[in-house]
Design a protein around this ligand. Structure first.
Ligand SMILES: Nc1ncnc2c1ncn2[C@@H]1O[C@H](COP(=O)(O)OP(=O)(O)O)[C@@H](O)[C@H]1O
Ligand SMILES: [Mg+2]
Length: 339
């Protein structure tokens, strides 16, 4: 019977990120990769669109529609909308796929509260999950990267997402000395660009434009060839649209404060690492995951500050969900890392 169940059911892994939500189906791979954004009717809170479709609406909605990022700062700011988002995407996945109720592994921020855990669990149960397991994002990321988390050898993972950056040293299926989670991630970098342009150019841009600038010319340390881009925004004095040109040097200046905060958190976490484990990290280096790892020169910057080897994971945006996928392959072997 259990063999039969294995044949007919498909298990699901979810990365419930503050910026992106990814869903993995065992045997198939990643089937959903969408921004964690929902557009709702302001009066009724009725959900109109989820994911890419909702992201297109950001900053362009008429008064009666608002776009919400329900997981904004790494905590579930809006339970109902989070649940609706999860349910909409899961329904899309489950439709015509499963004969038996699926098992679900969800990667969640390590700073999640008990109440939030219960909310995530309930949402998954409401889409008819048979069993629901939660795993901390840095742990799932480490597993996704291919680290043997059961070994008695320590590895440091830094996951830089939209709302938070999480730093964890993993060994023996656990997190050594507790994970550090700060509410500074890609969103704060975007905000810093908005503020910089307002202050220095009197020009107002939206957060989507700021994110595009960050990806296009953002950096964490000096580049061999500095870059430039044109920016369209609204002039705050003349109140009309205007185009300006900014350089990667200026954007780096804009990003200095949040990047310093991330670096400081890494240094603090290293200070708290027991000496034996510190020696492991010296051998193996630090691994960067999450979309923020793609910022130009961030690895070099951290290498310079820590004097440790720093590697950007392959495909950093999908490490966590791939980790949940690996857990699904053998839940019994990963019991210890699951909440
Ligand atoms: N090429 C890039 N350079 C800099 N930041 C990036 C790049 N690509 C994505 N990001 C940022 O990564 C963040 C999303 O990462 P992700 O790991 O999906 O976050 P979360 O786990 O919180 O959903 C966003 O802030 C996004 O702007
Ligand atoms: Mg993440």
């Amino acid at each position: 019977m259990s063999m039969l169940t294995g044949l007919m059911s498909c298990d699901i892994g979810i990365d419930l990120g503050t910026a992106n939500i990814l869903i993995y189906v065992r045997g198939e791979g990643i089937v959903v990769n969408e921004p964690s954004i929902v557009s709702v009717e302001s009066k009724t809170r009725h959900v109109l669109a989820v994911g890419h479709e909702a992201k297109e609406m950001v900053g362009r909605t008429p008064g009666e529609i608002v776009t919400v990022r329900p997981l904004r700062e790494g905590v579930i700011a809006d339970f109902e909308v989070t649940e609706e988002m999860l349910r909409t995407l899961l329904r899309r996945v489950i439709k015509n796929r499963f004969l038996v109720r699926p098992r679900i592994v969800v990667g969640v921020p390590s700073g999640i509260t008990e109440v939030e855990k219960r909310a995530v669990r309930l949402s998954a149960e409401r889409v008819n999950a048979r069993e629901v397991y939660l795993v901390g994002e840095p742990m799932a990321g480490a597993i996704g990267v291919g680290i043997n988390v059961h070994e008695p050898v320590g590895s440091m993972i830094i996951d830089i997402g939209g709302g938070t950056s999480e730093i964890a040293v993993i060994a023996l299926s656990g997190i050594v000395n507790g994970a550090t989670s700060i509410r500074i991630g890609g969103d704060k970098l975007d905000d810093a660009i908005v503020q910089y342009l307002k202050k220095n150019y009197n020009i107002l841009i939206g957060e989507r434009t700021a994110e595009e600038i960050k990806k296009e010319i953002g950096s964490a340390c000096k580049l061999d060839e500095e870059l430039e881009t044109q920016i369209k925004g609204r002039d705050l004095v003349a109140a009309i649209p205007r185009t300006i040109t900014v350089s990667s040097v200026e954007i780096r200046d804009a990003l200095a404060e949040p990047l310093n905060a991330i670096t400081e958190a890494v240094m603090l976490s290293l200070e708290r690492t027991p000496p034996e484990v510190a020696a492991d990290i010296l051998d193996r280096g630090i691994i960067l995951t999450g979309g923020g790892a793609l910022l130009r020169g961030l690895d070099r910057r951290l290498r310079d500050e820590t004097n440790l080897p720093v590697h950007v994971a392959e495909d950093p945006l999908t490490c966590v969900v791939r980790g949940t996928g690996k857990i699904l392959e053998n839940i019994a072997a990963y019991r210890k890392v699951l909440f």
